[in-house]
Design a protein around this ligand. Structure first.
Ligand SMILES: *Cc1c(COP(=O)(O)O)cnc(C)c1O
Length: 459
């Protein structure tokens, strides 16, 4: 399978190139040239299969030209071994036709581990094969950074720089990154929002000299391999249920839910997909009004979703525009110039065929954590609570199973959970041990030049 840029420039590249580059040189995002189809009967044949079979299925479909079957088998076995639940992505029945898909059993307790663990191994093999090194710079709204540190710490061919918005992530999230002792991990606290971190990252990528001098790579969800890896848990869930299902997905950068779209494109029967946003509701407004309009991101109780520029939305736009790269480019130019773009009516109705959306306030998030605790005996983290509330509100009349993605472990957001339930969530030993470790990070404003100088000096 080869990959093309959503902005249409350049010739198609291999999976390995798309993996190591992250962003396409024309500023677009890589998407597969065509959509591989699931084998007939997959849902029945894999009904009781272990999680790694689903990971292998998508990896073979999307990365099979760059890695052979035996390599991929080893990779997925290694990637999911550190998960602390035998099902890896367990499906918990909350009520009749209501399920929670627990995606927080990885080493850093958020769904980001599903893709990042795999990426760590993919990068290692690919770089070794080429005899190359990479500088990976990642912007994090809290969980990506920790997952990247866990996946890349100590890997000799890689230097990892993590930009996090200072004061806008939880203490547990910050400590997971800043207590890392590996020499190849560098933490930067940016005095700004996640969007500013992400803009800085994009500006670093746009600088050709810098990009090639430091061999820049990206593992944000703009990296296709992340989306690929996440499609596996939609498939494992559908196989387990044995029928179609609707999914409610706590959404920020549109990566996790786009993985559901990928499963759909591969022929899996599913839907609707609910885009559950917090107060930073650009995607909910876009779907409701047809105008994708950037407003300032404001801090909420679900910080991993405090995002106003949802990078992966570009991939969906490309699809619903019938893969018309010129049309897409002109919309992205509108967005860059005016801070908004109007989704053409045909594209908007195509989106609405599969996607629904909702916006959940902080108060509703707190209420939902309390109600879910009382009703189902579960402790939901604030992001998961956004998904739960959206499910109740938006999927009410939709028949069949509803699956809410539980994107993080509640202990990562202990203060909010305490406020909502009156009890502090039990802290996994691994998180508890971070609290008295020494932190290491440097502070910068969201200034491209200063950060560039720092990166060059450090590698
Ligand atoms: C990253 C994250 C999200 C948002 O996922 P996207 O792929 O950015 O839409 C939701 N919840 C948690 C806990 C996260 O870490």
């Amino acid at each position: 399978m080869n990959y093309v840029s959503t902005r249409g420039q350049g010739s198609p590249v291999s999976f390995e190139d798309a993996l190591l580059r992250g962003l396409a040189p024309d500023g677009g995002l890589y998407v597969p040239e065509s959509w591989p189809q699931l084998p007939a009967n997959w849902q029945v044949d894999l009904k009781d299969a272990p999680y790694t079979e689903f990971a292998l299925l998508v990896a073979k479909a999307f990365a099979g030209d760059s890695f052979d079957d035996a390599e991929l088998r080893t990779l997925v076995d290694q990637a999911y071994a550190p998960f602390d639940h035998p099902d890896v992505a367990p499906l918990l029945e909350l009520a009749s036709d209501l399920y929670l898909l627990e995606l927080f059993h990885g080493p850093t307790f958020a769904f980001k581990d599903f893709a990042m663990q795999l990426l760590g191994h993919l990068f290692e093999i690919a770089l070794k094969r080429r005899g190359e090194r990479r500088t990976i710079i990642v912007a994090t709204s809290g969980d990506t950074g920790a997952a990247a540190v866990e996946a890349f710490a100590g890997r000799t061919a890689i230097n990892l720089f993590v930009l996090h918005p200072e004061g806008r992530i939880s203490e547990a999230q910050r400590r997971q990154m800043t207590t890392a002792t590996a020499k190849n991990v560098h933490n930067i606290a940016v005095n700004g929002s996640f969007d500013e971190c992400q803009q800085t990252l994009k500006a670093l990528f746009a600088d050709e000299a810098f990009r090639s001098d430091v061999s820049l790579g990206a593992v944000n969800s703009i990296n296709w391999a992340r989306i690929m890896a996440q499609a596996a848990y939609y498939l494992s869930t559908l196989a387990r249920l044995g029928r179609s299902a609707a999914f409610s997905v706590p959404t920020g950068n549109f990566g996790d839910i786009f993985a559901g779209f990928v499963a759909h494109k591969m022929g899996a029967e599913l839907g609707p997909l609910v885009i559950a946003t917090n107060k930073n509701d650009i995607l909910h407004r876009a779907l409701s009004t047809g105008t994708y309009k950037v407003a300032g991101a404001s801090p909420t109780l679900s910080p991993a979703m405090d995002i106003q520029i949802a990078s992966n939305f570009e991939r969906l736009l490309f699809e619903v525009l019938g893969r018309d790269a010129e049309a897409l480019k002109s919309l992205m130019a509108d967005l860059a110039r005016d801070g908004e773009m109007t989704i053409p009516p045909g594209a908007l109705s195509a989106m609405r065929e599969l996607f629904l959306s909702d916006r959940v306030s902080d108060q509703e998030t707190l209420d939902e954590i309390g109600e879910a605790h009382a009703k189902y005996g579960i402790v939901a983290d604030p992001h998961t609570a956004v998904g739960l509330r959206a499910e109740t509100r938006v999927l009410g009349g939709v028949p069949g199973p509803h699956v809410v993605l539980a994107t993080a472990h509640p202990a990562k957001f202990a203060d909010t959970v305490m406020k909502a339930t009156g009890e502090s969530p039990a802290l996994p030993a691994k998180l508890a041990s971070l609290m008295d470790k020494k932190e290491r990070f440097d502070r910068f404003p969201p200034d491209v030049d200063q950060i560039m100088t720092y990166v060059r000096a450090r590698i």
